[in-house]
Design a protein around this ligand. Structure first.
Ligand code: WTA
Length: 649
């Protein structure tokens, strides 16, 4: 790994909110006296009733996490109303369409009216505080209105990524028993329509079979494409918002009232409903947004994530809007109509801060420098990366070619569960090392442990835990607190286990090495191997499946599937295609298998456990070092697996 150091740029330090001395002093305070530190920083948002208690958290036993618990506030009020006096006419959202000729600007005054109207529509149809609303939307401004409208009336939103299949959507509707869905007729990405309303109809039928009855579907007309219509259930957004008042009082919410559920993949079973609450989440999302991106008033900020992922929640919607920022929302993809699209959007809207994922950087890097060089990008001041480890080559290209060596890169490590960024450089404070997420944010205490749970000091390589709570942390898994404790606090007792491997160098810098559990990271999207396996075995021809990741140049990790067919069946290229299509239908295109190997047998121990270590090695085409295979029930299967591997170099 590269150990090159890029000292803080003088230009980045000049007007920075935080320099290194401040970072060190604040960090120290935040660990020595978290109560005092967060009592002060909790005030960055407005409270209807101020808190007197700050931190009440335990990672032991039943695990209970409460921040600012006797305070009352409202997230929508903090993201809109409190800005109106000073910046009612300032642009809150710049929307850039998939089609480069489509864009629009929404001021804070307009955001207020739209969110109030939508909140009133929800109320009119019986949505109440605590009810779950599913949002299945393309990247259009109405997705943001929907999230904020829920927050305004105290409904809990569950945003489901628009790329998920009807089955995946149904599973998420069923799990949180959501009876109201907000969607669009179709989405538009890279010039291609996505049938969101049709998918919703299918999902609702599946949910009904599980006795979860969706009462209403509110539909935004995005493309005007044809969709079926259930007159007693479906509502047009543009008609509904005209029938209600443009004001809606924000509900008084307790700090620990739920704000949203976001489903994410774990190493076992079905997706987990990560639950975030109101006060602590917003304090943490807004504070990290301000300091990590060194956000100054008037900056134009663009995060390219989708609102269907946590990055979209915290760093397109809640963090930036709580800070009164101008946030850019992009409907399209990096390579449509051309590979210059990102850079053209930066020039068009004079973007100062740009936050994207390594997978996009690698894909654009492979298209060469020319599509970048022909744009100016002179508005850029800060670059960000998130979602997966950024390899030093991609980091250098991002820094040298995209940023013209003027803009520090903040490589931000965090998770759906953490609510906000935990390990990251600060632009005016941290010397950068390509590939390292560098140092912890205020209040974050990382610890490395070995597989036995023994704490590793100094320079070391181990499993990444966090030893104490921070305000943005998830509070539970929706409806399953037991699984919450089991998944995060039982591997290493009394610690939050991230599921990531990590190295700490002699300077105390952290280098995330990737997941150490059965979670894949494919193009920055989390994918449980168990989910792909269960999709495969739901196909008539498959008797057993084992899925592992392997290094992939563009995606970071590719999906490699070992499939055992029902007795008497033969594998073929045609069946491969059918299985790929089947997985896409079950989960969505992001879960498309890259390689399928038909295997008459899988390597199992005598107790029947699949030895994934061996499968990973073969998928990596690195079978010279398989280690001990003598404990296998049938060591001969390994020879067959090697002979028929799909990744021969
Ligand atoms: C990985 C996305 C290395 C990590 C915000 C984590 C990263 C998982 C980085 C969470 C980074 C995220 N460097 N790895 N800067 N950021 N990851 O829940 O494995 O979609 O556990 O949250 O992505 O993915 P999630």
């Amino acid at each position: 790994m590269s150990e090159k150091v890029y000292p803080v740029l003088p230009s980045a330090k000049k007007n920075a909110l935080i320099d290194n001395e401040t970072y060190l002093a604040w960090y120290k305070q935040s660990i020595k006296d978290p109560e005092k530190f967060w009592a002060k920083h909790g005030k960055r948002i407005d409270w209807f009733k101020p808190y007197t208690k700050v931190k009440n958290t335990s990672f032991e036993g039943k695990v209970a996490i409460k921040w600012f618990e006797d305070g009352q506030t409202n997230v929508s009020y903090n993201c809109i109303d409190r800005h109106l006096k000073k910046r009612g006419d300032q642009v809150a959202i710049i929307w850039e369409g998939d089609n480069p000729y489509l864009d629009k600007k929404v001021t804070y005054n307009e955001l207020y009216e739209q969110v109030c109207r939508l909140a009133n529509v929800l109320k009119k149809h019986g949505v109440k505080k605590g009810d779950r609303v599913t949002i299945y939307m393309p990247m259009i401004v109405e997705a943001t209105y929907a999230m904020l409208a829920c927050a305004r009336i105290g409904a809990v939103h569950s945003v489901v990524f628009g790329g998920f299949s009807p089955d995946a959507l149904a599973g998420r509707i069923i799990d949180c028993e959501s009876t109201f869905v907000i969607t669009a007729d179709e989405g538009m990405r890279g010039g291609k329509p996505i049938p969101l309303k049709d998918n919703t109809d299918k999902a609702i039928d599946i949910a009904a079979k599980h006795h979860v009855m969706v009462k209403n579907v509110l539909v935004v007309r995005r493309t005007g494409g044809k969709t079926s219509w259930a007159p007693n259930r479906d509502l047009w957004y543009h008609e509904e918002i005209l029938s209600v008042k443009p004001e809606c009082k924000p509900e008084k919410m307790k700090a620990e009232d739920p704000l949203f559920i976001l489903y994410t993949s774990g190493s076992t079973g079905k997706p987990k409903g990560v639950l975030h609450t109101t006060g602590g989440y917003l304090v943490y999302a807004s504070m990290t947004h301000q300091y990590v991106f060194d956000y100054h008033d008037g900056d134009i900020y663009w995060c390219t994530a989708d609102v269907g992922w946590v990055t979209g929640h915290s760093y397109i919607v809640y963090g930036p809007l709580a800070n009164g920022a101008t946030t850019l929302m992009f409907e399209g993809v990096p390579n449509y109509p051309t590979n210059s699209r990102f850079w053209e959007v930066i020039d068009k809207h004079k973007v100062n801060i740009f936050y994207t994922a390594p997978t996009a950087i690698r894909a654009l890097m492979s298209a060469g420098d020319e599509p970048v060089k022909k744009t100016s990008r002179k508005s850029l001041r800060i670059l960000g990366s998130v979602g997966e480890p950024i390899n030093p080559e991609a980091w250098e290209w991002y820094y040298q070619v995209v940023g013209d060596k003027r803009s520090p890169i903040v490589d931000t490590w965090w998770q759906t569960e953490t609510g906000g960024i935990l390990i990251t450089p600060l632009p005016g404070a941290t010397d950068l090392k390509p590939g390292s997420a560098t140092r912890p944010f205020f209040g974050v205490q990382p610890q490395l442990v070995d597989n036995e749970g023994d704490v590793l000091e100094g320079a070391a390589d181990g499993n990444l835990c966090i030893t104490d709570s921070w305000p943005g942390q998830m509070r539970t898994l929706y409806g399953d607190h037991k699984r919450f404790i089991e998944a995060y606090f039982s591997t290493y007792k009394g610690k939050y286990f991230t599921g990531d491997g990590c190295r700490r160098d002699k300077d105390g810098y952290y280098w995330i090495t990737g997941r150490v559990d059965d979670v894949l990271n494919v193009s920055g999207h989390r994918m449980g191997t168990a989910e792909v396996e269960s999709a495969l075995v739901s196909h008539d021809t498959v008797s057993e499946a084992a899925v592992v990741g392997y290094p992939h140049d563009l995606k970071g990790q590719g999906i490699y599937c070992y499939v055992t067919l029902m007795a008497g069946l033969e594998g073929s290229d045609e069946l491969r295609k059918e299985l790929v299509a089947h997985v896409r239908k079950e989960i969505g295109p992001i879960a498309s298998p890259d390689k399928i190997q038909f295997a008459p047998g899988l390597p199992k121990t005598r107790s029947g456990k699949i030895m994934r270590r061996i499968l990973r090695k073969i998928a990596e085409d690195d079978f010279g070092s398989l280690g001990d295979t003598s404990t296998l029930a049938d060591p001969a299967v390994v020879d067959d697996l090697i002979a028929n591997r799909q990744n021969k170099k």
